[in-house]
Design a protein around this ligand. Structure first.
Ligand SMILES: O=C(O)CCC(=O)C(=O)O
Ligand SMILES: [Fe+2]
Length: 213
């Protein structure tokens, strides 16, 4: 009996519990300090270095086998991060993601087996029109995850708000989220339509999806 208990025992994580509760009740969760200030600073520098080295490409719509570049829909540039070829900093990033995934799988039986993440940079004047993060030929994305890497002091006039379109008892409401550094937003990929408002200053992030099968 004791042995059985040990096997199923696990340490409750209050931050993760809040994320789960938020997603169950509101379809999204906003977490202020998922990554430390130092991690955000280093990830931002890593993004900027890679962008400087011309590693980014224009983001497409559709998935990787079926992609179309459509600047009137989205104008960001991205760089996919290969988990098998990470630098130590990105390895730390994935360690935190994997901890969360493990917890979600244990407590919510979400069956997350795959994930994909990319750096994203929205140049001035770009945006991402209202959309869902799933594709006609692929419904494996369950949770969308966005982590903002902007500098401290991001101003409302910089634009670039993430707007989540929520359904409150049949009435559509807008949840406006400013891309302040260190913030993480997690939401239901198949349920919540959302958009990125036009940006008036370079907007930096890592975006990813937790996927089934
Ligand atoms: O950067 C954001 O706030 C959201 C990005 C997004 O919607 C996407 O990449 O699908
Ligand atoms: Fe999206």
């Amino acid at each position: 009996m004791n042995q059985l208990f040990n096997e199923i025992a696990f340490v409750e994580n209050l931050q993760y519990e809040r994320i789960i509760d938020d997603i169950l009740t509101k379809k999204y969760s906003l977490v202020e300090n998922f990554f430390t200030q130092d991690e955000v600073l280093e990830l931002r520098q890593s993004l900027l270095d890679k962008h400087e080295a011309n590693a980014f490409k224009k983001a497409a719509i559709g998935n990787r086998v079926n992609e179309v570049i459509e600047k009137s829909i989205r104008g960001d540039v991205i760089l996919w991060i290969d988990e098998n070829r990470t630098d130590p900093l990105e390895a730390t990033f994935f360690k935190k993601i994997n901890n969360l995934v493990e917890y979600l799988n244990k407590t919510c039986f979400l069956g997350i087996l795959h994930k994909e993440f990319h750096y994203a940079l929205y140049p001035e004047g770009t945006y991402y029109k209202r959309h869902l993060d799933t594709f006609q030929n692929d419904d494996r994305r369950k949770l969308s995850f966005v982590c903002y890497l902007n500098e401290d002091g991001w101003l409302p006039e910089n634009g670039g708000e993430l707007v989540l379109y929520l359904d409150e008892n049949g009435v559509e409401t807008e949840k406006v989220i400013y891309p302040f550094p260190g913030r993480v937003v997690i939401f239901e990929s198949q349920i919540l339509e959302h958009e990125v408002k036009p940006v008036n200053a370079k907007r930096l992030s890592i975006t990813g999806w937790l996927k089934t099968r």
